[in-house]
Design a protein around this ligand. Structure first.
Ligand code: ZN
Length: 193
């Protein structure tokens, strides 16, 4: 990918907003490109969120979907677009309860957590045609969790060659697609119950 193209694509990025941010993974150009412009997520540095008032995953459901980037609300858990995606369409499945560990959720919550993960994959396949996925939970700060205090499952769509730079969806669509638009696309494709 030519540097000029990359620079152009990253034109909207706000370096300061992301560079100081300890991302839950390996930082790369995606985070810069996808820097939000009005998201009430995490601001002013990272740190681990000890109480619910400052926990982004507790705060999000209290806000409108468009603002919180929520794509689906279930009974015990919800699905939200990651503000700092590894790839376009990177979703997070979060229980509403502020618990840190996978062993903390009840059998009922676990069932819905799994079901939402499956549906997230189906929806992403439908709207973005990924050729693979990474699923996972980082447990604890040592496990690499960006927000260790609140359990969340990553659902990351993968395309061949996306490790180098942008996958097909990004080259054709996401360059001009805002997080708002991606959110709406995924939310609209989410099956009604
Ligand atoms: Zn929380």
């Amino acid at each position: 990918m030519a540097g000029t193209t990359k620079e152009a694509m990253m034109g909207r990025a706000d370096d300061e907003a992301t560079d100081s941010f300890e991302l839950p993974g390996v930082p790369d150009a995606f985070q810069r490109l996808w820097t939000p412009h009005r998201m009430a997520y995490v601001k002013g540095g990272q740190g681990q969120f000890k109480n619910k008032d400052e926990c982004p995953f507790c705060v999000a459901p209290a806000r409108p979907d468009e603002e919180s980037l929520i794509v689906h609300r279930g009974e015990s858990a919800y699905v939200v677009l990651n503000l700092f995606p590894y790839n376009p369409g990177h979703l997070l499945v979060c229980p509403y309860r502020h618990v840190p560990d996978y062993t903390d959720i009840t059998p009922e919550e676990t069932a819905e957590f799994a079901e939402l993960t499956q549906t997230a994959m189906r929806v992403l396949r439908k709207v973005a045609n990924p050729s693979g996925f990474n699923l996972g939970m980082n447990q604890g700060e040592a496990g690499g969790a960006g927000v260790a205090a609140h359990l969340h499952q990553h659902v990351v769509p993968r395309w061949g060659g996306d490790g180098n730079f942008f996958p097909i969806i990004a080259q054709t669509k996401a360059i001009t697609q805002t997080l708002d638009e991606v959110r709406k696309q995924v939310a609209d494709a989410w099956p009604a119950r």
